[in-house]
Design a protein around this ligand. Structure first.
Ligand SMILES: Cc1ncc(COP(=O)(O)O)c(C=O)c1O
Length: 440
């Protein structure tokens, strides 16, 4: 039986809870190859989303498939909660080598990003004996009660679900393009950083703060790269007050920003690094890595999941890392990112009324459009013309293709985006866009 996108989407509506979706066009993905995707109507798309930055290696990688098959022929998984297996051990050894700083580190597994953030919250509180946590407006750290408590991006995520964690303090992230103080770069005195220092003077005792949870590039806030001096000051403030500096690398590692970890852009060694999404080579995995003494501060079994760090996922992760190293994928992602940013800036010069800002590092790029309606229309038209992408916030296009995307595909994507911009300017894009494109 040949199903269509419509068939699958209608069946989905009947059986899957809608609360786990932010629906875009009714598209059902059938298969993928590299940076290309195919749906049930036979359409081909260039993937500019990488399954929400979880398929950095691209789709249908035969080496990963083979590694997974080989492992599954031996044993799919056996819980590390009671016994052990070799792949999670090899992966931990590998990740410890990749992470910034010395090797006096340990790893903890979960099955996704949110659970790993919860682990980092527990570890921060356990290690410092403090209860308060600092995070940022616009941040998305996950959907569990813990990770949601430190997020501040969506009222719908918080409504009707009762109490979240207490003692969470949100501050402005340094979003210079929309500076809450109306300053430009020359006038900036890091007012948003000073907010935290003032809080320490007036109502938030620094010696009660366990951790600052920080995204070195703020993903769902619109792919925001903070000023280096902000990050350095924040880190220094943490160190002066024995507050743990925890980085959420769930969306930006492994390799997306041109380094294994986005914090490497700032030359800082965080106390804890939290990973998810792409780190499992496309399979579900969450990782926290941190200094040994922090990782041992709770009593077992303080954070245990039956299937976390299972052998098959770890083998997929290891194969992905091997491919990244062998084929120099991360260095190439950096170059491809610069190439793409140049092309996007060229479009910005050509269409200044439509493209308002282009920013990013490596293959993590945000493009600001004038407003929500323009964003819905351009997003919709790109998808219709074979470029699969979504938006962030009101007016940012999220551009995060698989790192293995090639130059021809990048050029083709720019062509589709430019055509969509022209269609938008000429008023040729259907109002269906307002129905189909939902977003945050
Ligand atoms: C920065 C960041 N942190 C945490 C999460 C939550 O990860 P997961 O969906 O794997 O639970 C996400 C997911 O979008 C994210 O982008």
């Amino acid at each position: 039986m040949n199903f269509t996108n419509k068939d699958i989407c209608e069946r989905e509506k009947k059986v899957l809870s809608s609360i786990q979706k932010l629906p875009y066009c009714p598209i059902a993905i059938k298969n993928g190859k590299g940076a290309l995707l195919y749906d049930y109507d036979g359409n081909e798309y260039i993937d500019f989303l990488s399954s929400a930055s979880s398929s950095n290696i691209g789709h249908g990688n035969k080496e990963i498939t083979q590694a997974v098959k080989n492992q599954m022929d031996k044993i799919t998984q056996y819980t590390i909660a009671y016994f052990t297996c070799e792949p999670p051990v090899i992966l931990a050894e590998k990740i410890i080598n990749l992470a910034p700083g010395d090797n006096n580190k340990k790893v903890l597994y979960s099955t996704n990003g949110s659970e790993s953030i919860d682990a980092a919250i527990k570890l921060s509180k356990g290690y410092t004996g403090r209860n308060k946590i600092i995070s940022f407006y616009g941040a998305y750290h996950g959907s569990t009660y813990g990770s949601l408590s430190i997020s501040a991006i969506s009222l719908n995520m918080r409504k009707k679900i009762g109490s979240l964690l207490p003692d969470i303090y949100h501050f402005n992230y340094p979003i210079c393009i929309k500076c809450p103080y109306g300053k430009n770069e020359a006038e900036c005195n890091l007012e948003c950083f000073e907010e935290i220092k003032s809080a320490f003077q007036m109502y938030l005792p620094a010696d009660e703060v366990a951790a600052v949870f920080f995204e070195p590039i703020a993903g769902d806030s619109g792919i925001i790269v903070p000023p280096r001096r902000y990050v350095e000051n924040l880190y220094k403030l943490c160190k002066e007050n024995n507050i743990l500096f925890v980085v959420d690398e769930i969306q930006q590692s492994l390799g997306r920003c041109g380094y294994w970890f986005s914090i490497e852009h700032f030359n800082i060694e965080p106390d804890l690094i939290v990973m998810g999404k792409s780190c499992g080579g496309g399979l579900p995995l969450g990782i926290v890595i941190g200094k040994g003494e922090i990782m041992e501060c709770l009593n077992a079994p303080a954070h245990a999941f039956t299937l976390s760090g299972n052998a098959t996922v770890c083998v997929a992760a290891l194969k992905m890392i091997e491919i990244f190293e062998r084929d120099n994928i991360i260095e190439q992602a950096k170059e491809k990112g610069s190439y793409l940013i140049d092309k996007l800036n060229h479009l910005k010069d050509k269409y200044p009324n439509v493209i308002k800002d282009v920013r990013g590092l490596g293959l993590s790029i945000g493009v600001d459009l004038p407003d929500k309606l323009a964003t819905k229309k351009i997003c919709y038209q790109c998808i219709k013309n074979g470029l699969l992408l979504i938006s962030l916030g009101e007016n940012t296009l999220r551009i995060q293709p698989p790192l293995i995307i090639n130059k021809t595909q990048l050029d083709k994507s720019i062509e589709i985006l430019e055509n969509s911009i022209n269609d938008f300017i000429k008023g040729k894009i259907s109002d269906d866009a307002y129905i189909f494109i939902n977003g945050w």
